[in-house]
Write a protein that binds this ligand. Structure first.
Ligand code: CA
Ligand code: CA
Ligand code: CA
Ligand code: CA
Length: 325
């Protein structure tokens, strides 16, 4: 494994410094990215092997000893631990489809299935976020060999799951996995910048590289590397990214849980020559009729009207209907 990482690092150095051989430098053959459909099942085999051969401290979570910190600890099933229950018997799974263009890859692969495995070690006493929301978490990111590549173990930090759902960010599996957990209850400021939270959720997510960095190298994460996250879910914030009065999760119009494929005025954005597309959760004028969504759903006093107005009664609310406002 160490050898493998070393080779990947060499390739990375060459991508950044050896490609330009205009000045007579050495010829370097750049390796094209592999296929999602090839890597996904390979990663899944690696992850399944990991789940079969490892366990977590479930006994401590079942009967917490005094002073237990509710941290997930993973170890190999061997020796004195030969009879432990493998993670494979305890995880749940979900499938996410990935297309190559979402990674910025040129091969035309559409809807390649990827499996996320997750484990709730302790259910939080609060609510679950949606993939459109922000979460306040302590976390550690690990490779399957136990290498920690990133962590914030003492202080919780905010993550915008909607932003992480964009595959270009490298952590889509995190964004898709966290909504399976529940946040905690009361937050107490400790006066030193840290907080204490009652009954927060504790969970683990394991996902293939197609939901991570795939062929890219993110810090110390090698190419095509499955990732593990251990997460303490403290609290959530329901997001309205474009502040148009419609919660971001409601801007997933086709209800597929993916925020980036709902863009009512896509054609208008294309005609206007915009190089960037604004999905509805990022667009304050969803139908592109020049009247803000907030205006189209509010009364004269600025109060939002529920259900959203549909003045011509055609079933499409005004804010999504360029013919009405
Ligand atoms: Ca969608
Ligand atoms: Ca738009
Ligand atoms: Ca919007
Ligand atoms: Ca509008």
């Amino acid at each position: 494994m160490k050898h493998g990482i070393f080779v990947f690092l060499l390739v990375a150095v060459c991508f950044t410094s050896c490609n330009n051989d205009d000045n007579g430098g050495p010829d370097v053959i750049s390796v094209p990215p592999r296929l999602l459909a090839e890597v996904a099942p390979e990663n899944d085999e690696e992850i399944k092997e990991f789940l079969q051969t490892h366990f977590y401290n479930y006994e401590e979570f079942e009967s917490p000893p005094a002073g237990f910190d509710f941290k997930i600890k993973i170890d190999t099933i061997a020796g004195a631990n030969a009879n432990k229950t493998p993670l494979a018997d305890q995880v749940s799974e979900m499938e996410i489809k990935v297309s190559s263009f979402e990674h910025g890859l040129s091969e035309e692969e559409i809807d390649v299935p990827h499996t996320i495995y997750y484990l709730s070690a302790r259910d939080g006493i609060g609510v679950s976020p949606t993939v459109a929301d922000s979460v306040f978490v302590r976390y550690e990111g690990l490779l399957l060999d136990g290498t920690s590549f990133d962590a914030s173990l003492n202080n919780a930090v905010w993550f915008d799951l909607a932003r992480l759902q964009d595959l270009q960010q490298g952590f889509r599996g995190f964004a898709e996995g966290v909504p399976n957990f529940k946040a905690g209850g009361t937050i107490t400021e400790n006066g030193d910048g840290t907080v204490t939270v009652d009954g927060y959720g504790v969970g683990m997510i394991i996902f293939p590289s197609g939901l991570g960095f795939f062929e890219a190298i993110g810090g110390s994460i090698p190419q095509y590397s499955p990732l593990i996250f251990n997460i303490d879910l403290y609290t959530i914030n329901i997001s309205d990214h474009d502040n148009d009065g419609i919660p971001s999760i409601q801007e997933d119009l086709n209800g597929n849980g993916y925020l980036y494929d709902d863009n009512t005025d896509a054609q208008g954005e294309e005609d206007a020559g915009l190089t960037v597309r604004f999905a509805n959760f990022q667009d304050a004028d969803d139908d592109g009729d020049g009247v803000s969504t907030r205006n189209e759903i509010s009364d004269d006093n600025g109060n939002i009207i529920i259900p959203y107005p549909d003045s011509n009664g055609d079933g499409t609310p005004d804010y999504l209907d360029p013919d009405t406002n």
